[in-house]
Design a protein around this ligand. Structure first.
Ligand code: ADP
Ligand code: MG
Ligand code: ZN
Length: 630
């Protein structure tokens, strides 16, 4: 915020109570100084010149007390009791060459002074007189500044500019946002509204006032809002929902007021309210137990501002949230955020495009293949992908390479998904063996189950995010639907690690906690949401809550049914586990050989894995076929 705006703010804040006293004090002092100055000015004007002779006469008459001898004139100070000469008039005479003067004045008892410099400038005098006045004004301004929060503190609550964020131009365009073409299409329209609102007015169309960007975190909602401003070439005013939520009631509302006032002055422009759920939570919802006056006031102010402005002036309000389900319905009503623009997680094509956008200024070598990376990063959002490209570039530099290779990118994918390698965590020999069999158990089942994704890599190097080892699976193509068979395969694969531990070591470890959680969630969703169990058929038993955040589901059925559901889930898991053990029992030789190799190498590629797997099963294949025939 620039100085001018702060000044404006200062003026506005004068209305507030603690400043009234100061203002009164200021005016009293100002009045005193002004009268004083006026008197001085008057005195300066009522000067009267007398002749040198008259001066002599005055001295002889004994009317003079003091004579101040300057460069060109002599000021004559008369007695206050004088009846002949006025005490408010300053008499003076032009100085003459007079060697006797000093003696003459002495004789008549007149004090004679030598003036260093003539104060012939009225202006200088005025300046000297007003010096204290200037100091007071300065002090006043300083105090007001302090009070209006330039230096923060409790007095700073009324000040909103500090956190409000205004960009003359964002410098972001639609070209910087990849992989959300539908959202961009809707926003192109908004850019057009801002460009030529007249076109729409003429035909009688009402312009939309606002649009709400909805989607999971990191999908580029903030980026898109900036891109709209950038494309339209208009200023961008933004506030984040959490900025509003302060301890002082009324601050949020005044911020909203300020925001819209400034926007109106700068129209056409974009007003962007990020994380709008922080203020826009439904007023009746259970989330706001006890009520929150501050938030409610802020929300009401926002609603009234949105009703108040004329969209034809070219103000477009954009909001962003990843929790649309908790927003107050009043916000979503027509005439407010009446458009909802969904920003989804990017698909394969989108991910490849985002990788492209972010590696525009990164040197890549010829091994780089975005499609492979895109396939390995299903579920990643734009922010993750941007992060990955940067991590890869850093890795390349660390290894002293001039360009980023595919290997660097894959490493970055792992860093973002499972954390950095944690080489200083030393596992004991026994633990390494267990982890190794566990991971190979997953990998073998993935390779044998036709519906599972191919193995890309197996490693037993621990990661910072807790994994002691893991199997990286990369699908051959992007999937939007999962069949029942695929889900069952996922359960079997997830439980493969535990199955291997039990078969080989006849014991189980805590290492399977994550796998069990994953398998249970799949099984539960199959029963409650996907209609994939015989027991419940097509009955919807749960609904999703935070669809863009945790994806949490909530059961909506009675207790008895819930108990019934648990039984079915348990059965699915048991079946999956039995199948996992069966598969591994049939492939014991491969399990041992690959595990031994993995313990030695720590990390093996999918190809190495498949080579050993094929070698060990080749001899058995006819056997298997015979079994099948039997
Ligand atoms: P959100 O507001 O949805 O949480 P952001 O817009 O803040 O996400 O995205 C964070 C960063 O991730 C952006 O600054 C950008 O670098 C990157 N990003 C996210 N989505 C995209 C996308 N679709 N295209 C290009 N970059 C993206
Ligand atoms: Mg954001
Ligand atoms: Zn596991």
């Amino acid at each position: 915020m620039n100085l001018e705006d702060r000044e404006k703010d200062t003026k506005k804040n004068n209305k507030k109570s603690p400043k009234v006293l100061l203002t009164v004090l200021f005016f009293v002092l100002a009045a005193i100084f002004i009268t004083n100055m006026a008197r001085n000015a008057l005195r300066a004007k009522t000067r009267q010149e007398v002749s040198y002779d008259t001066f002599y006469t005055m001295v002889k008459e004994g009317e003079v007390t003091k004579a101040v001898v300057g460069q060109t004139e002599i000021e004559i100070y008369t007695k206050l009791s004088s009846s002949k000469y006025s005490p408010v008039v300053t008499y003076y005479t032009l100085k003459m060459e007079d060697p006797n003067r000093t003696a003459f004045l002495l004789e008549n008892g007149v004090e004679s002074l030598q003036k260093k410099k003539d104060s012939n400038s009225v202006l200088l005098q005025l300046l000297l007189d007003s010096f204290p006045f200037i100091i007071i004004i300065g002090f006043y301004i300083f105090l007001m500044r302090r009070m209006s929060g330039g230096a923060g503190g409790i007095m700073g609550v009324g000040k909103s500019n500090a956190k409000m964020y205004m960009q003359k131009s964002t410098g972001v365009t639609f070209a910087d946002v990849a992989g959300c073409d539908e959202a961009k299409e809707s926003l192109v329209e908004i850019v057009d509204f801002l460009h030529n609102p007249g076109k729409y007015r003429e035909i009688g169309a009402k312009l939309p006032k606002g649009a709400l960007l909805v989607g999971p975190p990191g999908t580029g909602k903030t980026l898109l809002a900036k891109a709209v401003a950038g494309e339209a070439g208009v200023p961008f005013f933004s506030l984040t929902g959490s900025d509003f939520v302060e301890m002082f009631v009324g601050v949020g509302a005044s911020r909203v007021r300020d925001l819209f006032k400034q926007a109106e002055q700068n129209a056409p422009c974009i007003v962007f309210i990020d994380e709008i759920d922080a203020i826009g939570k439904s007023r009746e919802s259970k989330f706001s137990a006890g009520g929150n006056d501050e938030r409610e006031q802020t929300l009401n102010q926002l609603l009234s501002e949105m009703d108040g402005f004329d969209p034809a002036r070219g103000i477009m309000v954009l909001g962003a949230t990843n929790r649309p389900e908790i927003l107050d319905p009043a916000l979503l009503r027509a005439g407010r955020f009446d458009r909802r623009i969904v920003v989804e997680k990017p698909d394969l094509k989108g991910r490849m495009a985002i990788l492209g956008v972010h590696s525009k200024n990164v040197k890549l070598d010829e091994s780089v293949n975005f499609e492979e990376i895109g396939l390995a990063t299903s579920g990643a959002v734009g922010a993750d992908l941007a992060n990955m490209v940067n991590e890869a570039a850093i890795t390349a530099v660390k290894h002293g390479r001039a360009a980023v290779s595919q290997k660097d990118l894959f490493e970055a994918v792992e860093v973002v998904l499972v954390g950095k390698e944690k080489k200083d965590r030393i596992l004991s020999q026994e633990e390494r063996k267990i982890v190794s069999y566990h991971e190979v158990g997953h990998a073998l089942i993935a390779a044998i189950e036709k519906d599972a994704e191919p193995v890309q890599k197996i490693t037993i190097v621990p990661r910072t995010m807790g994994a002691l080892g893991y199997v990286m699976q990369v699908p051959e193509e992007e999937k939007y639907l999962n069949t029942k068979k695929e889900l069952e395969s996922m359960i079997v694969t997830a439980l493969g690690g535990r199955a291997a531990e039990e078969l080989v070591f006849d014991t189980v470890t805590t290492g399977a906690a994550n796998d069990i959680e994953k398998a249970t969630e799949i099984a539960r969703n199959m029963v409650t949401r996907f209609g994939m169990s015989e027991e419940f058929g097509l009955m919807a038993l749960a609904s999703q809550q935070d669809m863009y955040l945790s994806g949490r589901t909530v059961l909506n059925c009675g207790d008895e049914t819930a108990a019934e559901i648990d039984k079915v889930v348990k059965r699915l898991l048991e079946e999956g586990y039995a199948k996992a053990k069966d598969i591994l029992k049939d492939n014991m030789k491969a399990l041992h050989e690959i595990s031994a190799y993995l313990i030695e190498k720590e990390t093996i590629t999918g190809k190495e894995f498949m080579d050993i797997f094929k070698k060990t099963t080749e001899g058995e294949e006819p056997e298997n076929n015979e079994e099948e025939k039997l």
